[in-house]
Design a protein around this ligand. Structure first.
Ligand code: SF4
Length: 350
């Protein structure tokens, strides 16, 4: 009898799957006691066990390096708490809020910026807390967009998603609902027609933003899952995290962006790695990120250009940190650099 593959959640599951190193055993036990583990069959099947630097394994298989925390790293790296007026809501920018429905995810990423909060034991929003969060949104007419995040909202049942979407649909000033998810790549079988239908609400725009970091994650099943959203009229964008040893060279990053565009998903954000505890082995320097963005600009279609952003530690929001191509020279006006690095002048306005 065939046994359906299951999500790996314990070190013993990883042992059985040949994904642990015995020499790191004690350290891995400490990591597992601190941070959640989940590797879905879809992601596990992509891991090349003959490659010690496999980019999929680096994202999901725990490592002893996670026990090294630098002085700059912090439990709440993007400062959600400072902007959370009540459980489940983060109101950092005037016209939009995060609505965090759950702290559970299909997979647990080793670089997660909310790794101190997410995990299978984390409490979901209670019915009363959800009522209060919806009431908060309804009573703030400046909120134009609601971003469903977590955790991963698409681990919830279509029935629960439908209920939340219906309640948002009833709020006149909310015009856009954005859903941040890794489910279409991590567990594509969850994107059933009932889920897609639940996300569509009359007279509001729903966007699905896919978290994906390597072109290999866009398997046939993942592409079909994305097709279900897009064919139903739900546009898709992407967000990727710049990760050392995963996507931090121009070919790999460019291949990811091309694969996304081929799937009709517009690359939106490339995040610089946040200062989450125990993640320095996966972060690059900002200089390296800028050099990668220059390389993308020179070699890949304009459709393949995400915005390189940094969430400023302490809760000050996102800022674009990509390379600058324009400078001012008082005698000549502007100087602008082309994609080959040559500089040209552009006259001041007369
Ligand atoms: S899916 Fe998102 S929230 Fe969940 S572990 Fe990965 S980065 Fe964190």
């Amino acid at each position: 009898m065939n046994v359906a593959p299951k999500t790996l959640r314990q070190l013993s599951d990883l042992d059985a799957a040949g994904l642990t190193d015995n020499e790191q055993r004690t350290a891995l036990e400490q990591v597992a006691a601190q941070y959640a583990i989940a590797i879905t069959p879809a992601m596990e099947s992509l891991i090349d066990r003959t490659d010690p630097n496999d980019p999929i394994a680096r994202q999901f298989v725990p490592s002893a390096a996670e026990l090294t925390t630098t002085p700059q790293e912090r439990a709440d790296p993007i400062g959600d708490d400072a902007h959370s007026p009540l459980p489940g809501i983060v109101h950092r920018y005037p016209d939009r809020v995060l609505l965090k429905l759950t702290h559970v995810c299909a997979v647990y990423c080793r670089f997660c910026f909310r790794r101190e909060m997410v995990g299978p034991g984390a409490e979901p929003l209670t019915a009363e807390q959800l009522d209060a969060a919806i009431e908060y949104i309804a009573s703030h007419p400046e909120i134009w967009e609601v971003i469903l995040t977590g955790g991963d909202p698409l681990v919830l049942s279509p029935r629960r998603i439908k209920d939340v979407m219906a309640r948002l649909a009833a709020i006149d000033h909310v015009k856009v609902v954005r859903v941040h998810t890794r489910v279409p790549v991590a567990e594509p079988s969850r994107t059933v027609p009932a889920l897609v239908k639940a996300l569509k609400i009359k007279r509001k725009a729903t966007y699905v933003v896919l978290h994906v970091n390597h072109a290999r994650e866009l398997t046939d099943a993942a592409r079909e899952a994305c097709d279900r959203f897009i064919d139903a009229g739900i546009p898709m964008l992407s967000q990727s995290v710049l990760l050392k040893g995963v996507n931090d060279d121009p070919q790999t990053l460019g291949a990811l962006m091309r694969a996304l565009v081929e799937c009709r998903i517009k690359p939106y954000y490339l995040h610089h790695g946040d200062l989450a505890p125990g993640t320095s082995h996966l972060r690059t320097s900002i200089e390296h990120g800028q050099a990668l963005m220059r390389a993308l600009r020179g070699r890949f279609s304009g459709l393949c250009q995400p915005e390189y952003v940094l969430d400023i530690p302490g809760g000050h929001g996102k800022s674009p940190i990509g390379p600058n191509y324009l400078s001012k020279n008082d005698s000549e006006g502007w100087r602008v650099e082309d994609f080959n690095g040559a500089s040209h002048c552009y006259p001041p306005k007369t």
